[in-house]
Ligand binder design. Structure first.
Ligand SMILES: NC(=O)c1ccc[n+]([C@@H]2O[C@H](COP(=O)([O-])OP(=O)(O)OC[C@H]3O[C@@H](n4cnc5c(N)ncnc54)[C@H](O)[C@@H]3O)[C@@H](O)[C@H]2O)c1
Length: 252
């Protein structure tokens, strides 16, 4: 599905990003992996390499423009171009100590961090990727939002705000860059079994599963399948849309 493509994946140190790295490589892509957690991204890269994939790992904090630019530069230096990008790194309220807090109760520093990673980080990545893709004549960008990018969820203030922002940012890029052959879509995973969900899972337990018609969390691979399809030419007419993969949650 991704034969010969060069694909950058952020948040590749674990969860959905790591699963997408493995699947994209198995589908024929060369993958450029990045994460703020150096050891974690190198572990994902080693797994991809062991499975026979072509991979480059570059540690970077995506809230910093110069570090983001360096990742795209390294990708182009290694492989000559960038066909696709999965801007997927993110932090949840639970991961930064805000689980259970209402809008008026979030810490200011936590709100700033959620917006810096989940929204500004995606924009910084897009800025560097769009410049490269425009120069080479096309590409596919997939940004990870969330169900919390589409509707409200209790205790997600900074998270929901940042993820709604990702939806607007992606749609704006889709209409601005369609004439340059660049597509941009939003992937909205439902509850997925990764580190990001651990705190919510611990607090909500079975009550969480009871809300999901499929009665299970998504596996990271369930989400990776949609990411790879959106990165591939099979989705060539899809741009500016949200793709929900949630076991039926939003249908109820
Ligand atoms: N797990 C879920 O239920 C769920 C649901 C909806 C959306 N999402 C979204 O999916 C994406 C992937 O999350 P996941 O569930 O795989 O969680 P995860 O915690 O396993 O992975 C997120 C990765 O992002 C990295 N990261 C965090 N801050 C960073 C920074 N400043 N620079 C670079 N990398 C950074 C982390 O080190 C981590 O490896 C996130 O955007 C998340 O908001 C997850």
């Amino acid at each position: 599905m991704l034969d010969g493509k060069i694909i950058m994946i952020t948040g590749a140190g674990g969860g959905i990003g790591a699963a997408t790295a493995s699947l994209a490589a198995a589908e024929g892509a060369s993958v450029v992996l990045t994460d703020v957690n150096k050891e974690a991204v190198e572990a994902t890269a080693a797994a991809v390499r062991a499975a026979g994939g072509s991979v480059l790992a570059v540690a970077a904090d995506l809230t910093k423009g110069d570090e983001v630019n360096a990742v795209v530069k390294a990708a182009v230096a290694a492989y000559g171009r960038l066909d696709g990008a999965f801007n997927n790194a993110g932090v949840s309220g639970g991961q930064i100590g805000q689980q259970g807090r209402r809008v008026g109760e979030w810490d200011e520093a936590a709100f700033d961090l959620a917006v810096a990673v989940n929204l500004k980080g995606v924009w910084l990545c897009m800025r560097a990727q769009l410049a490269q893709m425009e120069q080479q004549g096309g590409g596919s960008i997939v940004n990870t939002a969330s169900l919390a990018g589409l509707t409200g969820f209790k205790s997600t203030a900074g998270y929901a705000a940042s993820k709604h922002g990702v939806v607007g940012l992606t749609k704006t890029a889709a209409i601005e860059y369609a004439s340059s052959g660049i597509r941009a879509n939003v992937l909205c995973p439902g509850y997925t079994d990764t580190n990001l969900m651990k705190e919510a899972q611990r607090q909500l337990g079975d009550a969480l599963l009871a809300r999901i018609p499929a009665r299970r969390l998504a596996s990271p691979d369930d989400i990776a399948q949609m990411a790879c399809w959106l990165l591939s030419d099979r989705s060539s007419y899809a741009t500016g849309s949200e793709f929900v993969v949630d076991g039926g949650y939003m249908a109820g």
